[in-house]
Design a protein around this ligand. Sequence first.
Ligand code: NG1
Length: 418
Amino acid sequence: MGSSDGFEERFGAPPTHVSRAPGRVNLIGEHIDYNDLPVLPMALQREVRIVLRPRDDSLVVLHNADPAFAPVEFEIQPRLEPEAAGHWGNYVKAPADELARRFAIWRGFDGLVESDLPTAAGLASSSALVNAVGLALAHLNEVEVETPAFAEMMADAERFTGTRGGGMDQAISLGARAGAAARVSFKPLRMRHLIVPEHWCFVIADTGVRAEKSGPAQKAYNLRRAECEEAFSAVRARIERDQPDRPPPSSYSDLLRLRGVDETLALAESVLRGNLLRRFRHVVTEARRVDEATDRMVGAELAAFGTLMDASHGSLRSDYHVSSVELDELTAIAREGGAAGARLTGAGFGGCIVALVSRREADHVLDALRADYYRPRGLTDEVDARAFVAIPSGGATFAPISGARSRGGRDAAAFGSI
Ligand code: NG1
C-alpha cells in the first residue's frame, strides 16, 4: 500500500509529500473517553495514507483509490457546508473547517488517499482520515502545534460529522510509539506509553458487520453519551442535596477520586434505575478495569489482563448494550481457541473484537476463528485481512517523498511527541 500510482494521471504532476495516520485498537476502556476517563489503546500497522502535492490556491481536491468513494473538492474556509450524512467528504472537510476557524490557513492540495483499514469496524479509520488530512493542512500552512493540542483539535474537528465522540482515537493515532500501547487520559490530554510485553499478541477479528457512524450506530452512540451525562447529573444532584456545603464533583473522574468505585456505585444504586444505572455502572467499573489493566500490562500478567478484557466485554454487552450476536460469538471462539481474554473494540454494534493471546498460541486462535466463524459464513476470501495480529505501531507522520520537489510547507514532521 502507499504507492503514488495513479496520482500523476489524475493531477498531471507527481506527488511531493505523504501524510499518513494509523488506525487503532482499543485494548480496554470502552465508551469512557467521552466521560473524560482514561483508556488504553495502541496504534496499528494499518493506516490511511495520502500522497499529495500542495496547490497555490485554497482548493482541497482529494481522490480515493477506492472507486466506491467519489472525489471530494472544496475551498478551505471556516464554517464549511457539510456533505450529506455518511459522505466520506465530511471526514476531509472536518479538519479543514476546524483549522480554518483557528488559523489563517489558505493552501490546499491535490491528494490521493489509500487505506487498508476496514471502515465502520471500530478501528478508527475515520479518525485516521481526519488526522492525515489535518496533518497535511497544518504542515502545508505552517501551523505549529504540539501533539496534545493538535489531537484535541482533531477530536473537536471530527464532531463536524455529527458523532459526539471522545478524544481517544485522534490522540493515539497522532501520538503512538512503536512497540507500545498508551494510557490516554483527558483534560488535560496526556499519554503514558506502556511497552507491550514481548510474548503478548493482540489478535483482531472483524465480524464483517459494519457499524456506520453516519447511520443508526451514530444515533445509538450519541444516545449512550447523553445517558452518561444524565446519569452523572442525577448522582451529582443527590450529592449536592446531601452535602450542600461542599462543591459537588465536576466529572466522573472527580467523583471517582473523591469516593472510589464501590462507594460511588452504592450511591448510584440508590439514585438511578434501569438503563441509566446500567450505563453508569459500566462507566465506573470500566474505569477501574483500565487502572488494573495498566498495572497488569506493566507486570506482564497476561492471564489477569485477559480476565479484565472478558469482564469489559460482559459489561459492554449487559450494561452498555453495544454488543451483538456476532461480537459475542467471535469473542467466545477466540477464548475457546486459547485466548486469555477477548472483547469487542471500538464503539461496537458490529465491527471488530480484540483478543489477547500468548505469542505461541496466536496461530491456534487464528485457526479457530477461520474454522468456526469465517468458514461457516463463506467469508474465506481475504481472511487474513479480516483476522490478523496487531503490531503496536508509531503515530502519524508527514514527510516529503524522496526526490520530489515541493512548493510550500515544511519537509519534516514538526510535532513534538507527547
Ligand atoms: P470507533 O468505534 O472506532 O469509531 C468510537 C469513538 C471513540 C470512543 C469509542 C468507544 C469517534 C471518532 N470515536 O470509536 O472516541 O468513544 O467509539 O470507546 O467518535
